[in-house]
Design a binder for this molecule. Structure first.
Ligand code: ATP
Length: 328
C-alpha cells in the first residue's frame, strides 16, 4: 500500500451521508502463491452500524488487511460487494467521509510536521483545526520538526493526525499502535475514544487482544480468511465460557483436582494451583468442600486470547500458502 492515509479533494457538500457504516457482503479475494492461490479472504459478511467501534482481531495472515483494503476500495474483491456510508468505497473516499491509517507508506519529505498536517487539512471540505489536531495527536512538541527526523512512534502519531484532520465519518486503522510505546498507545486510544464519542465509526485491525478488549464495542475475530467470532468483547469471551480458578493450596494432588466436577485442567504454578473449568460454579463449590483450607481464591473469565485460540482451532484447513502464526 502506498499511502498512509486516504485524503482526496471533495466537493463541498453538507448532506449527511446515509446508510449503515459499512456493509461487506460475501467478500472474497485470493492472490497467486507459489503453491497455488492464497485465499486471503473467503466469504466475509459483516455489517457495521454507524457509530460503532469494531476491532478486527486475528493472527498474521488472517485476512484483516485484505478486508480493509477492499473496504477502502484499494483492492478489488473477487466476489461480493462493499458499501461504505451508503456508497461505493471510492465515492465515500471522494466525498471526504473516510480516512485510513494503514500499515505502510512514508510521510511526505521536505516538510515539517505542522505543514504536513495543514497541507492535508486543505484537501478536505470541512477539516478540523490544525492546532487542535496537533494537540490531540500529541505532536505539539515536535510540530516544527522535519518529517524525516521522527522516530517510528512519532511517525505513527503524525499518520494519526493526518487521518483525523479531515474529520471523517469513518476512520479505518490497520494496526495503528505498532511502533508506539506504552505511553503513546495509551494517549492514542484516549484520543480515539474522544473521536468515537462524537458518533464516528471506527474500524481497526489489531493483534493486540487487550486493545480490542479495552477499546472496541464489538470484536470480529478473523482466521484464515473468515469471520470465526463476532460480538462484544464479553460475548466473545462467553463464546468459550471457560473460567479459571486460581487458589493457594498446600499438599494437593493434581489428579484429584482434575476429577472435581466442572474442572477440565489442573496445573500448579508456584504456590498456586490453576483450574481451567467448563463449569466454574460447580468447580468452586467442590474445591472449597474438598479443600476448606484453600486461600487467595480468584476466578477469572477467559481472556480474548483463549477465546481466539479455541474458536480458531481446527476451524478449517489452512488456505494454500497461508502462514499460520500465533497472536501476540
Ligand atoms: N498482494 C498479495 N499477494 C500475495 N499474497 C497476499 C497479498 N496480500 C495478502 N496476501 C496473503 O493473503 C493472506 C492474508 O493476508 P492479510 O495481510 O490480509 O492478513 P492480515 O490478517 O492482515 O495479516 P497481518 O496481521 O500479518 O497484517 C496472507 O497469507 C498473505 O500472505
Amino acid at each position: 500500500m502506498s499511502s498512509p492515509m486516504l485524503s482526496r479533494p471533495a466537493p463541498p457538500s453538507a448532506d449527511p451521508p446515509a446508510g449503515a457504516g459499512v456493509v461487506l457482503r460475501d467478500l472474497a479475494r485470493s492472490f497467486p502463491g507459489p503453491t497455488g492461490p492464497v485465499h486471503a479472504v473467503r466469504g466475509v459478511d459483516l455489517t457495521i452500524e454507524r457509530g460503532q467501534t469494531v476491532a478486527l482481531l486475528g493472527p498474521n495472515g488472517a485476512g484483516k488487511s485484505t478486508t480493509i483494503e477492499m473496504l477502502l476500495g484499494l483492492t478489488r474483491p473477487e466476489r461480493g460487494a462493499v458499501e461504505v456510508l451508503g456508497r461505493t468505497p471510492g465515492a465515500a473516499v471522494e466525498a471526504g467521509l473516510v480516512s485510513a491509517m494503514l500499515q505502510t507508506g512514508g510521510l511526505l519529505h521536505e516538510v515539517r510536521v505542522r505543514e504536513l498536517v495543514a497541507l492535508t487539512a486543505a484537501l478536505y471540505p470541512r477539516p478540523r483545526d490544525v492546532d487542535e489536531v496537533l494537540a490531540l495527536a500529541g505532536l505539539e512538541p515536535i510540530a516544527s520538526r522535519w518529517t524525516t527526523k521522527l522516530s517510528g512512534g512519532q511517525v505513527q502519531r503524525v499518520r494519526f493526525a493526518l487521518a483525523l484532520v479531515g474529520d471523517p465519518e469513518l476512520l479505518v486503522l490497520d494496526e495503528p499502535t505498532v511502533a508506539m510505546d506504552v505511553e503513546g498507545r495509551h494517549a492514542f486510544w484516549e484520543t480515539m475514544r474522544g473521536f468515537a464519542a462524537h458518533g464516528k465509526t471506527v474500524v481497526f485491525a489489531t493483534h493486540y487482544l487487550e486493545e480490542a478488549d479495552a477499546f472496541a464495542d464489538r470484536v470480529v475475530l478473523m482466521a484464515r480468511g473468515r469471520v470465526v467470532g463476532d460480538g462484544s468483547p464479553n460475548e466473545v469471551k462467553a463464546l468459550v465460557g471457560r473460567r479459571t480458578i486460581r487458589a493457594s493450596l498446600d499438599h494437593v494432588d493434581l489428579d484429584a483436582l482434575r476429577r472435581l466436577p466442572g474442572v477440565e485442567v489442573a496445573d500448579r504454578r508456584g504456590q498456586a494451583v490453576v483450574l481451567s473449568c467448563s463449569d466454574s460454579d460447580a468447580a468452586i463449590r467442590a474445591l472449597l468442600q474438598a479443600h476448606p483450607d484453600a486461600h487467595g481464591v480468584e476466578i477469572a473469565a477467559a481472556g480474548l486470547e483463549q477465546a481466539f485460540l479455541e474458536l480458531t482451532a481446527d476451524h478449517d484447513p489452512p488456505a494454500a500458502g497461508a502462514d499460520q502464526e500465533a497472536v501476540r
